[in-house]
Design a binder for this molecule. Structure first.
Ligand code: GCO
Ligand code: MG
Length: 403
Protein backbone atom coordinates (compact mmCIF):
# COMPACT_ATOMS: atom_id res chain seq x y z
CA UNK A 1 0.00 0.00 0.00
CA UNK A 2 1.23 3.52 -0.81
CA UNK A 3 2.02 5.36 2.42
CA UNK A 4 1.82 9.14 2.44
CA UNK A 5 5.25 10.48 3.39
CA UNK A 6 4.86 14.18 2.58
CA UNK A 7 2.34 16.76 1.47
CA UNK A 8 2.94 20.38 0.62
CA UNK A 9 1.07 23.40 -0.56
CA UNK A 10 2.22 25.27 -3.66
CA UNK A 11 0.92 28.80 -4.20
CA UNK A 12 1.45 30.34 -7.63
CA UNK A 13 0.01 33.27 -9.53
CA UNK A 14 0.36 32.93 -13.30
CA UNK A 15 -2.07 35.81 -13.92
CA UNK A 16 -4.30 34.80 -10.98
CA UNK A 17 -3.75 32.91 -7.74
CA UNK A 18 -3.85 29.13 -7.46
CA UNK A 19 -3.30 26.93 -4.42
CA UNK A 20 -2.26 23.34 -5.14
CA UNK A 21 -1.73 20.44 -2.76
CA UNK A 22 0.85 17.84 -3.70
CA UNK A 23 0.82 14.53 -1.84
CA UNK A 24 3.86 12.25 -2.02
CA UNK A 25 3.91 8.51 -1.24
CA UNK A 26 6.74 6.23 -0.14
CA UNK A 27 6.89 4.58 -3.58
CA UNK A 28 7.51 7.98 -5.16
CA UNK A 29 3.98 8.40 -6.55
CA UNK A 30 2.68 11.95 -6.31
CA UNK A 31 -0.83 13.35 -6.62
CA UNK A 32 -2.17 16.88 -7.15
CA UNK A 33 -5.29 18.54 -5.79
CA UNK A 34 -6.63 22.04 -6.42
CA UNK A 35 -7.24 24.07 -3.24
CA UNK A 36 -8.05 27.46 -4.76
CA UNK A 37 -10.76 29.55 -3.08
CA UNK A 38 -10.90 32.79 -5.03
CA UNK A 39 -10.13 35.84 -2.88
CA UNK A 40 -9.51 33.71 0.23
CA UNK A 41 -6.63 31.57 -1.07
CA UNK A 42 -4.28 31.69 1.90
CA UNK A 43 -6.99 30.66 4.34
CA UNK A 44 -7.13 27.26 2.62
CA UNK A 45 -3.33 27.09 2.26
CA UNK A 46 -2.97 27.60 6.00
CA UNK A 47 -5.83 25.20 6.86
CA UNK A 48 -4.01 22.54 4.86
CA UNK A 49 -0.51 23.26 6.13
CA UNK A 50 -1.39 23.73 9.78
CA UNK A 51 -4.19 21.26 10.27
CA UNK A 52 -4.53 18.72 7.47
CA UNK A 53 -1.02 17.82 6.30
CA UNK A 54 0.12 16.56 9.75
CA UNK A 55 -2.85 14.16 9.81
CA UNK A 56 -2.02 12.72 6.38
CA UNK A 57 1.51 11.54 7.05
CA UNK A 58 1.73 7.77 7.48
CA UNK A 59 -1.74 7.04 6.07
CA UNK A 60 -2.55 4.58 3.30
CA UNK A 61 -3.23 6.76 0.23
CA UNK A 62 -5.59 4.11 -1.17
CA UNK A 63 -8.13 4.68 1.62
CA UNK A 64 -9.80 7.66 -0.04
CA UNK A 65 -13.20 7.29 1.62
CA UNK A 66 -11.73 6.77 5.08
CA UNK A 67 -9.46 9.83 4.75
CA UNK A 68 -12.42 11.89 3.51
CA UNK A 69 -14.52 10.86 6.52
CA UNK A 70 -11.58 11.43 8.86
CA UNK A 71 -11.11 15.01 7.65
CA UNK A 72 -14.85 15.77 7.56
CA UNK A 73 -16.17 14.15 10.73
CA UNK A 74 -12.86 14.28 12.51
CA UNK A 75 -12.56 18.07 12.33
CA UNK A 76 -15.80 18.42 14.36
CA UNK A 77 -16.34 21.77 12.53
CA UNK A 78 -18.14 20.49 9.45
CA UNK A 79 -18.70 22.07 6.04
CA UNK A 80 -17.88 25.64 5.00
CA UNK A 81 -15.90 26.72 1.93
CA UNK A 82 -12.44 26.66 3.55
CA UNK A 83 -12.81 23.20 5.11
CA UNK A 84 -14.48 21.66 2.07
CA UNK A 85 -11.94 23.11 -0.38
CA UNK A 86 -9.12 21.69 1.73
CA UNK A 87 -10.80 18.27 1.87
CA UNK A 88 -11.39 18.49 -1.89
CA UNK A 89 -7.69 19.06 -2.54
CA UNK A 90 -6.75 15.96 -0.55
CA UNK A 91 -9.46 13.92 -2.27
CA UNK A 92 -8.38 14.93 -5.79
CA UNK A 93 -4.73 14.19 -5.00
CA UNK A 94 -5.65 10.73 -3.67
CA UNK A 95 -7.69 9.88 -6.78
CA UNK A 96 -4.73 11.08 -8.85
CA UNK A 97 -2.42 8.73 -6.91
CA UNK A 98 -4.79 5.78 -7.17
CA UNK A 99 -5.07 6.29 -10.93
CA UNK A 100 -1.31 6.51 -11.38
CA UNK A 101 -0.75 3.32 -9.37
CA UNK A 102 -3.49 1.52 -11.31
CA UNK A 103 -2.14 2.88 -14.60
CA UNK A 104 -5.62 4.19 -15.43
CA UNK A 105 -7.21 7.60 -15.97
CA UNK A 106 -9.42 8.49 -13.00
CA UNK A 107 -12.64 8.25 -15.02
CA UNK A 108 -11.95 4.52 -15.44
CA UNK A 109 -11.86 4.13 -11.65
CA UNK A 110 -15.21 5.93 -11.44
CA UNK A 111 -16.97 3.36 -13.61
CA UNK A 112 -15.63 4.30 -17.03
CA UNK A 113 -16.93 6.69 -19.67
CA UNK A 114 -20.70 7.12 -19.62
CA UNK A 115 -20.47 9.31 -22.77
CA UNK A 116 -17.94 10.03 -25.49
CA UNK A 117 -17.03 13.47 -24.17
CA UNK A 118 -18.39 16.32 -22.04
CA UNK A 119 -20.43 19.16 -23.57
CA UNK A 120 -18.95 22.47 -22.42
CA UNK A 121 -20.11 26.07 -22.53
CA UNK A 122 -17.92 29.10 -23.04
CA UNK A 123 -18.42 32.78 -22.25
CA UNK A 124 -19.35 35.53 -24.69
CA UNK A 125 -19.47 39.00 -23.23
CA UNK A 126 -19.29 42.57 -24.44
CA UNK A 127 -20.19 46.07 -23.37
CA UNK A 128 -22.99 46.19 -25.94
CA UNK A 129 -25.40 43.59 -27.30
CA UNK A 130 -23.67 43.84 -30.70
CA UNK A 131 -20.21 43.17 -29.18
CA UNK A 132 -21.57 40.20 -27.26
CA UNK A 133 -23.17 38.68 -30.34
CA UNK A 134 -19.98 39.19 -32.33
CA UNK A 135 -18.02 37.26 -29.69
CA UNK A 136 -20.69 34.55 -29.56
CA UNK A 137 -20.48 34.07 -33.33
CA UNK A 138 -16.71 33.73 -33.05
CA UNK A 139 -17.07 31.08 -30.34
CA UNK A 140 -19.67 29.21 -32.35
CA UNK A 141 -17.24 29.20 -35.28
CA UNK A 142 -14.55 27.79 -32.96
CA UNK A 143 -16.89 24.85 -32.39
CA UNK A 144 -18.70 25.71 -29.14
CA UNK A 145 -22.27 24.42 -29.03
CA UNK A 146 -23.23 26.19 -25.83
CA UNK A 147 -22.46 29.83 -25.05
CA UNK A 148 -23.10 31.95 -21.97
CA UNK A 149 -24.14 35.50 -22.86
CA UNK A 150 -23.47 38.53 -20.63
CA UNK A 151 -23.60 42.14 -21.80
CA UNK A 152 -23.16 45.59 -20.32
CA UNK A 153 -26.26 47.24 -18.87
CA UNK A 154 -26.97 50.70 -20.36
CA UNK A 155 -26.68 53.26 -17.57
CA UNK A 156 -24.34 51.13 -15.41
CA UNK A 157 -20.57 51.65 -15.55
CA UNK A 158 -19.64 47.97 -15.14
CA UNK A 159 -21.59 44.74 -15.10
CA UNK A 160 -20.89 41.25 -13.79
CA UNK A 161 -19.35 38.96 -16.41
CA UNK A 162 -18.34 41.72 -18.84
CA UNK A 163 -14.63 42.23 -19.50
CA UNK A 164 -12.95 45.60 -19.45
CA UNK A 165 -12.24 46.61 -23.08
CA UNK A 166 -9.36 44.64 -24.59
CA UNK A 167 -9.12 42.21 -21.66
CA UNK A 168 -10.48 38.81 -20.78
CA UNK A 169 -13.15 38.68 -18.12
CA UNK A 170 -11.49 38.01 -14.76
CA UNK A 171 -13.43 38.80 -11.61
CA UNK A 172 -10.54 38.80 -9.13
CA UNK A 173 -9.07 42.27 -9.46
CA UNK A 174 -7.69 44.90 -7.11
CA UNK A 175 -5.55 44.90 -4.03
CA UNK A 176 -8.77 45.71 -2.19
CA UNK A 177 -12.29 44.81 -3.39
CA UNK A 178 -13.45 47.09 -6.19
CA UNK A 179 -17.08 48.27 -6.11
CA UNK A 180 -19.66 48.14 -8.87
CA UNK A 181 -23.16 49.63 -9.03
CA UNK A 182 -26.27 47.62 -9.76
CA UNK A 183 -29.79 48.37 -10.98
CA UNK A 184 -32.22 45.48 -11.32
CA UNK A 185 -34.64 47.60 -13.37
CA UNK A 186 -32.02 48.48 -15.98
CA UNK A 187 -30.73 44.92 -16.09
CA UNK A 188 -34.16 43.35 -16.56
CA UNK A 189 -34.72 45.55 -19.62
CA UNK A 190 -31.53 44.56 -21.44
CA UNK A 191 -31.29 40.77 -21.00
CA UNK A 192 -34.39 39.84 -23.07
CA UNK A 193 -33.10 42.18 -25.82
CA UNK A 194 -29.75 40.37 -25.72
CA UNK A 195 -31.40 36.98 -26.08
CA UNK A 196 -33.71 38.15 -28.88
CA UNK A 197 -30.70 39.50 -30.80
CA UNK A 198 -28.72 36.31 -30.13
CA UNK A 199 -31.44 34.03 -31.50
CA UNK A 200 -31.77 36.28 -34.52
CA UNK A 201 -28.02 36.14 -35.21
CA UNK A 202 -27.15 32.60 -34.08
CA UNK A 203 -30.32 30.68 -34.81
CA UNK A 204 -31.53 27.77 -32.70
CA UNK A 205 -28.75 25.20 -32.98
CA UNK A 206 -26.62 26.61 -30.20
CA UNK A 207 -27.47 26.52 -26.48
CA UNK A 208 -27.61 29.94 -24.82
CA UNK A 209 -26.99 30.39 -21.09
CA UNK A 210 -26.99 33.34 -18.71
CA UNK A 211 -25.60 33.98 -15.21
CA UNK A 212 -27.58 36.34 -12.96
CA UNK A 213 -24.95 36.07 -10.22
CA UNK A 214 -27.38 36.15 -7.27
CA UNK A 215 -28.70 39.66 -8.02
CA UNK A 216 -32.46 39.21 -8.23
CA UNK A 217 -35.19 38.52 -5.72
CA UNK A 218 -37.19 35.34 -6.39
CA UNK A 219 -40.10 37.19 -7.99
CA UNK A 220 -37.75 39.22 -10.19
CA UNK A 221 -36.04 35.98 -11.21
CA UNK A 222 -39.47 34.60 -12.12
CA UNK A 223 -40.00 37.64 -14.34
CA UNK A 224 -36.64 37.18 -16.05
CA UNK A 225 -37.24 33.46 -16.62
CA UNK A 226 -40.64 34.23 -18.13
CA UNK A 227 -39.30 37.01 -20.37
CA UNK A 228 -36.56 34.70 -21.69
CA UNK A 229 -38.85 31.74 -22.38
CA UNK A 230 -39.41 32.61 -26.07
CA UNK A 231 -35.64 32.31 -26.63
CA UNK A 232 -35.39 28.91 -24.93
CA UNK A 233 -32.32 29.45 -22.74
CA UNK A 234 -30.45 26.32 -21.65
CA UNK A 235 -30.56 27.78 -18.14
CA UNK A 236 -30.45 30.89 -16.03
CA UNK A 237 -27.87 30.54 -13.29
CA UNK A 238 -27.85 31.77 -9.69
CA UNK A 239 -30.91 33.89 -10.32
CA UNK A 240 -31.35 34.50 -6.58
CA UNK A 241 -29.18 33.68 -3.55
CA UNK A 242 -29.76 30.13 -2.37
CA UNK A 243 -29.26 30.32 1.39
CA UNK A 244 -33.03 30.07 1.59
CA UNK A 245 -33.42 27.07 -0.68
CA UNK A 246 -37.19 27.40 -0.77
CA UNK A 247 -36.84 30.73 -2.63
CA UNK A 248 -36.55 28.68 -5.81
CA UNK A 249 -40.11 27.43 -5.38
CA UNK A 250 -41.39 30.92 -6.09
CA UNK A 251 -39.28 31.17 -9.26
CA UNK A 252 -40.56 27.77 -10.43
CA UNK A 253 -44.15 28.90 -10.02
CA UNK A 254 -43.60 31.53 -12.69
CA UNK A 255 -41.34 30.08 -15.34
CA UNK A 256 -40.33 26.93 -17.18
CA UNK A 257 -36.87 28.35 -17.94
CA UNK A 258 -34.42 25.79 -16.50
CA UNK A 259 -32.65 26.85 -13.31
CA UNK A 260 -29.02 26.24 -12.35
CA UNK A 261 -27.50 26.99 -8.99
CA UNK A 262 -24.71 25.99 -6.65
CA UNK A 263 -21.24 27.24 -7.59
CA UNK A 264 -20.88 28.53 -4.02
CA UNK A 265 -22.27 25.35 -2.43
CA UNK A 266 -19.83 23.26 -0.48
CA UNK A 267 -21.83 20.22 0.59
CA UNK A 268 -24.78 18.03 -0.23
CA UNK A 269 -26.70 19.79 2.53
CA UNK A 270 -26.68 23.07 0.57
CA UNK A 271 -28.43 21.31 -2.29
CA UNK A 272 -30.61 18.71 -0.57
CA UNK A 273 -33.88 20.64 -0.37
CA UNK A 274 -33.45 22.11 -3.85
CA UNK A 275 -32.87 18.69 -5.36
CA UNK A 276 -35.47 16.72 -3.40
CA UNK A 277 -38.15 19.25 -4.22
CA UNK A 278 -37.12 19.46 -7.87
CA UNK A 279 -36.67 23.21 -7.55
CA UNK A 280 -33.65 23.25 -9.88
CA UNK A 281 -32.58 21.54 -13.10
CA UNK A 282 -28.78 21.77 -12.87
CA UNK A 283 -26.48 21.60 -9.87
CA UNK A 284 -23.29 23.65 -10.22
CA UNK A 285 -21.31 22.45 -7.21
CA UNK A 286 -17.68 21.73 -8.11
CA UNK A 287 -15.03 19.18 -7.25
CA UNK A 288 -12.87 21.89 -5.71
CA UNK A 289 -15.33 23.68 -3.44
CA UNK A 290 -17.64 20.78 -2.61
CA UNK A 291 -15.35 18.19 -1.08
CA UNK A 292 -13.71 16.64 -4.12
CA UNK A 293 -14.71 13.84 -6.45
CA UNK A 294 -15.88 11.68 -3.54
CA UNK A 295 -18.43 14.18 -2.27
CA UNK A 296 -19.52 15.51 -5.67
CA UNK A 297 -20.39 11.98 -6.75
CA UNK A 298 -22.66 11.76 -3.71
CA UNK A 299 -24.38 15.02 -4.68
CA UNK A 300 -24.78 13.79 -8.26
CA UNK A 301 -26.23 10.48 -7.07
CA UNK A 302 -28.87 12.32 -5.05
CA UNK A 303 -29.57 14.65 -7.98
CA UNK A 304 -29.98 11.72 -10.35
CA UNK A 305 -32.95 10.45 -8.35
CA UNK A 306 -34.76 13.69 -9.20
CA UNK A 307 -33.62 14.17 -12.82
CA UNK A 308 -31.37 17.05 -11.82
CA UNK A 309 -28.22 17.11 -13.94
CA UNK A 310 -24.73 18.40 -13.29
CA UNK A 311 -23.51 21.72 -14.67
CA UNK A 312 -20.27 22.28 -12.80
CA UNK A 313 -18.67 25.65 -12.28
CA UNK A 314 -15.50 25.98 -14.36
CA UNK A 315 -14.32 29.59 -14.24
CA UNK A 316 -10.60 30.45 -14.38
CA UNK A 317 -10.29 30.40 -10.59
CA UNK A 318 -10.60 26.61 -10.80
CA UNK A 319 -7.08 25.47 -11.68
CA UNK A 320 -6.32 22.98 -14.45
CA UNK A 321 -6.16 20.33 -11.70
CA UNK A 322 -9.81 20.99 -10.81
CA UNK A 323 -10.72 21.19 -14.49
CA UNK A 324 -9.22 17.75 -15.08
CA UNK A 325 -11.00 16.31 -12.04
CA UNK A 326 -14.27 17.87 -13.25
CA UNK A 327 -13.86 16.19 -16.64
CA UNK A 328 -13.10 12.74 -15.17
CA UNK A 329 -16.18 13.18 -12.99
CA UNK A 330 -18.28 14.52 -15.86
CA UNK A 331 -17.32 11.77 -18.26
CA UNK A 332 -18.31 9.05 -15.80
CA UNK A 333 -21.37 10.39 -13.98
CA UNK A 334 -24.74 9.20 -15.39
CA UNK A 335 -26.54 12.52 -14.97
CA UNK A 336 -23.98 14.85 -16.52
CA UNK A 337 -25.51 17.97 -18.04
CA UNK A 338 -22.83 20.42 -19.12
CA UNK A 339 -19.45 21.71 -17.91
CA UNK A 340 -18.39 25.37 -17.85
CA UNK A 341 -15.17 26.05 -19.75
CA UNK A 342 -13.36 29.33 -19.36
CA UNK A 343 -9.91 28.70 -20.86
CA UNK A 344 -6.87 29.56 -18.76
CA UNK A 345 -4.18 31.91 -19.99
CA UNK A 346 -0.99 30.53 -21.53
CA UNK A 347 1.07 31.03 -18.36
CA UNK A 348 -1.38 28.91 -16.35
CA UNK A 349 -1.39 26.16 -18.96
CA UNK A 350 2.42 26.22 -18.89
CA UNK A 351 2.52 25.89 -15.08
CA UNK A 352 -0.01 23.03 -15.20
CA UNK A 353 0.64 20.87 -18.33
CA UNK A 354 -2.45 18.73 -18.84
CA UNK A 355 -3.93 15.90 -20.90
CA UNK A 356 -7.50 17.24 -21.28
CA UNK A 357 -8.50 18.60 -24.64
CA UNK A 358 -11.25 20.52 -26.41
CA UNK A 359 -12.76 19.21 -29.65
CA UNK A 360 -15.95 20.20 -31.39
CA UNK A 361 -17.68 21.87 -28.46
CA UNK A 362 -16.81 19.13 -25.98
CA UNK A 363 -13.94 18.20 -23.69
CA UNK A 364 -12.29 14.93 -22.75
CA UNK A 365 -9.98 14.40 -19.75
CA UNK A 366 -7.48 12.35 -21.78
CA UNK A 367 -6.13 8.90 -20.98
CA UNK A 368 -3.04 9.64 -18.94
CA UNK A 369 -2.99 7.70 -15.64
CA UNK A 370 -4.50 9.65 -12.74
CA UNK A 371 -5.93 13.11 -13.37
CA UNK A 372 -3.49 13.80 -16.21
CA UNK A 373 -2.14 17.11 -14.86
CA UNK A 374 1.36 17.92 -13.60
CA UNK A 375 2.93 21.04 -12.16
CA UNK A 376 6.07 22.72 -13.47
CA UNK A 377 7.51 23.86 -10.17
CA UNK A 378 10.11 26.20 -11.65
CA UNK A 379 7.47 28.05 -13.59
CA UNK A 380 5.14 28.03 -10.57
CA UNK A 381 7.88 29.59 -8.42
CA UNK A 382 8.34 32.38 -10.96
CA UNK A 383 4.78 33.70 -10.33
CA UNK A 384 4.57 35.13 -6.81
CA UNK A 385 1.25 35.29 -4.94
CA UNK A 386 -0.44 38.66 -5.09
CA UNK A 387 -3.49 39.38 -2.98
CA UNK A 388 -6.61 39.81 -5.12
CA UNK A 389 -10.26 40.21 -4.16
CA UNK A 390 -13.57 39.60 -5.80
CA UNK A 391 -15.50 42.87 -6.22
CA UNK A 392 -18.46 43.99 -4.13
CA UNK A 393 -21.69 45.35 -5.52
CA UNK A 394 -23.99 48.18 -4.39
CA UNK A 395 -27.39 49.45 -5.47
CA UNK A 396 -27.49 52.95 -6.92
CA UNK A 397 -28.38 54.35 -3.48
CA UNK A 398 -25.28 52.77 -1.91
CA UNK A 399 -26.90 49.69 -0.34
CA UNK A 400 -24.55 46.72 -0.33
CA UNK A 401 -26.03 44.04 -2.62
CA UNK A 402 -25.21 40.48 -3.60
CA UNK A 403 -22.25 40.16 -5.92
C1 GCO B 1 -19.23 31.57 -13.19
C2 GCO B 1 -18.97 32.31 -11.95
C3 GCO B 1 -17.66 33.04 -11.84
C4 GCO B 1 -17.48 33.43 -10.38
C5 GCO B 1 -16.07 33.29 -9.97
C6 GCO B 1 -15.93 33.53 -8.49
O1 GCO B 1 -20.38 31.27 -13.41
O2 GCO B 1 -18.29 31.27 -13.91
O3 GCO B 1 -20.06 33.04 -11.52
O4 GCO B 1 -17.55 34.11 -12.71
O5 GCO B 1 -17.90 34.72 -10.13
O6 GCO B 1 -15.65 32.02 -10.32
O7 GCO B 1 -14.73 33.06 -8.03
MG1 MG C 1 -21.74 31.81 -11.98
Amino acid sequence: MPIITAARVIVTSPGRNFVTLQIVCDDGTTGLGDATLNGRELAVASYLEEHVVPCLIGRDAHRIEDIWQYLYKGAYWRRGPVTMTAIAAVDMALWDIKGKIAGLPVYQLLGGAARNSCLVYCHANGTTIADTIETAIRHRDEGYRAIRLQCGVPGLAATYGVAKPGRRYEPADGDLPSESVWSTEKYLRVVPELFAAAREALGWDVHLLHDVHHRLTPIEAGRLGKDLEPYRPFWIEDSTPAENQDAFRLIRQHTVTPLAVGEVFNSIWDAKHLIENQLIDYIRATVVHAGGITHLRRIAALADLYQVRTGCHGATDLSPVAMAAALHFGLSVPNFGIQEHMPHNEETDAVFPHAYRFTDGTMHPGDAPGLGVSIDEDRAAAHAYKRAYLPVNRLEDGTLWSW
